[in-house]
Ligand binder design. Structure first.
Ligand code: MG
Ligand code: MG
Length: 273
């Protein structure tokens, strides 16, 4: 695994190594994953209703924690490689892995990315969404619209017989044609009994990424696809808290993620209500 593609919450050093066998899920298992995904989606619905200027990001995190626990789910991010909260909450130029805090307060016009991972009945669901707080400007609105659209461009490619690189290429082509920076340092992943499984799902397609392998999509594969788009360049850096990733040019970044199953009827998004 190339170093540039090693990163914690999105890139475990264990489990999702290249070359690891891809675990296919039965229809019954996908049914259980749909319940885990539904809980993630319901938590996002709560976040959407809850968000307003003046909120501390820790308040959002604790709301997510309470909601997931009330619904008999487990919080996959808590203590994951030492992560100190239940969700990742990343504001404006923060890309991923923002740590919820007493000190971070949402302002009118901010965009906020919320990433939630939940376990239920032995399976995982993982979804991120970027929300506008109050009224956001056109540049921010366009970023959200196009990052969500990029995710669905990738999902459309999740049909039996296509390859992982078809997902990657669709996301990259759509996003770069619009002038966005596609973050390459973090990638999507297989998901199932563990949050991070094989294969990796890059949001870009170059020879190096797929030199060794480019798996063919098969019925029963479940993937978390998660483009991160920047208004400026793709370059990112990690803050001294060792978690928060920001854009180097401090321009806005968005992150949209769903957990999706490849089925004989086409892609089925599991992280929906
Ligand atoms: Mg996630
Ligand atoms: Mg993920």
């Amino acid at each position: 695994m190339k170093d540039s593609r090693v990163a914690r919450m999105h890139h475990p050093r264990r489990g999702a190594k290249r070359g690891t066998v891809i675990e296919l899920k039965s229809r019954r298992e996908i049914g259980i994953m749909r319940e885990a995904g539904r809980l993630v989606a319901l938590a996002h619905q709560k976040v959407r209703e809850f968000l307003k200027p003046g909120l501390k990001t820790i308040e959002i995190d604790l709301m997510i924690r309470d909601f997931v626990l009330e619904n008999k789910g487990t919080l996959l991010f808590f203590n994951y490689q030492g992560f100190p909260a239940h969700s990742c909450i990343s504001i404006n130029e923060e890309v991923v892995h923002g740590i919820p805090s007493e000190e971070r307060i949402l302002n009118d016009g901010d965009i906020v990315s919320v990433d939630i991972g939940v376990g239920k009945d032995g399976f995982c669901g993982d979804s991120a969404w970027t929300y506008g707080v109050g009224s956001i400007n056109q540049e921010a609105q366009d970023l959200l619209t196009h990052c969500e659209a990029a995710l669905f461009k990738g999902i459309e490619q999740m049909v039996v017989g296509n390859r992982i690189s078809d997902i990657s290429r669709a996301i990259q082509d759509y996003s770069e044609d619009l002038g966005y920076g596609v973050v390459k340092k973090f990638v999507g992943h297989g998901i199932g009994r563990r949050m991070h499984e094989a294969p990796q799902v890059p949001n870009y397609c170059d020879k190096k990424s797929f030199l060794q392998e480019d798996p063919v999509l098969q019925e029963g594969m479940v993937l978390a696809v998660e483009p991160m788009l920047n208004v400026g360049t793709e370059d990112v850096e990690t803050l001294s808290d060792k978690w928060t990733v920001i854009t180097k040019d401090k321009k806005l970044s968005a992150h949209f993620e769903h957990t999706i199953a490849v089925t004989s009827d086409g892609p089925q998004v599991l992280t929906v209500t």
